[in-house]
Design a protein around this ligand. Structure first.
Ligand SMILES: Nc1nc2[nH]cc(C(=O)O)c2c(=O)[nH]1
Ligand code: SF4
Ligand SMILES: [Mg+2]
Length: 247
């Protein structure tokens, strides 16, 4: 069983779109969004995957979501079948934090590979959860997005040193840091130094769910990236579709 997010009540969030962020930005992909997260970022743009009624952890929108309307449990074979209705040769598994469901994900991806052995598997993760051993060999790419102090999470939950070191050594992993303020940059530089993250595998991305905010932050963030030898990624899907589910 996998717990997915929904686009509308009862409708699992499986969709085709251009990958909007990171090293694969612009690539046509099929996406599946899993529900649940082990963190609680103040600016999370998918709070409907975790901030259910009764969860009072701080969020800038202060919204709470009905679990029954925003989650759906499906058998691995049913999720695989939904994904196979889409023709893209790349799958992006996102959330929430998808690695919380590693064992079930491994079974689902194994089913996909029977029909489409060449399907490229990309996972978006907050970088705190070890990859289930059955899932690990099936994954081509990890987009790892460690959460900085401005996310509001306790550091000991958000930054797990042995996990960060493992990602830094894994050539399949690309770091993608969400940046809201110039003060975030020193924190990123310290993490890069401590864990040995290669410049080529380090992306900075503006925080924002509106085109205007992304543009404003991109102006200074792109300059900083250039100066520091880091990579920059925009959030293409926000410019194209706004902050909407299933895009
Ligand atoms: N088009 C598109 N690209 C994305 N890349 C990462 C996403 C995410 O929500 O994790 C995402 C998303 O939601 N949509
Ligand atoms: S780790 Fe990602 S899904 Fe989880 S709360 Fe933070 S931004 Fe949202
Ligand atoms: Mg997103």
């Amino acid at each position: 069983m996998l717990t997915l997010a929904t686009v509308n009540p009862g409708e699992p969030e499986v969709f085709s779109s251009l990958q909007g962020e990171g090293p694969s930005m612009g690539r046509p992909s099929v996406f599946v969004r899993l529900s649940r997260c082990n963190l609680a970022c103040r600016w999370c743009d998918t709070a409907y995957t975790w901030r259910f009624t009764g969860d009072n952890r701080p969020h800038r929108d202060e919204v709470a979501f009905e679990r029954g309307e925003n989650q759906i449990g499906l058998a691995e074979a049913d999720v695989a079948a939904l994904i196979l209705l889409h023709e893209e040769d790349r799958l992006v598994i996102t959330g929430g934090e998808p690695l919380l469901q590693g064992a079930a994900l491994a079974r689902m991806v194994a089913l996909l590979k029977v029909t489409r052995p060449a399907l490229h598997i990309e996972i978006e993760t907050n970088g705190t959860v070890a990859v289930h051993p059955d899932l690990d060999p099936l994954v081509d790419q990890f987009n790892v997005s460690p959460k900085l102090a401005h996310s509001g999470n306790p550091t000991e939950l958000a930054l797990v040193p042995e996990r960060l070191e493992a990602w830094a050594r894994d050539p399949r992993a690309w770091f993608k840091f969400v940046v809201a303020n110039a003060s975030d940059l020193a924190e990123i530089a310290a993490l890069q130094e401590r864990h040995g993250i290669a410049d080529d595998h380090l992306f900075v991305m503006p925080e924002g769910t509106a085109s205007s905010i992304l543009r404003e932050r991109s102006r200074w963030l792109a300059e900083e990236a250039l100066e520091r030898g880091w990579r920059f990624t925009d959030r293409l899907h926000i410019h194209l579709y706004g902050d909407t589910r299933g895009t």
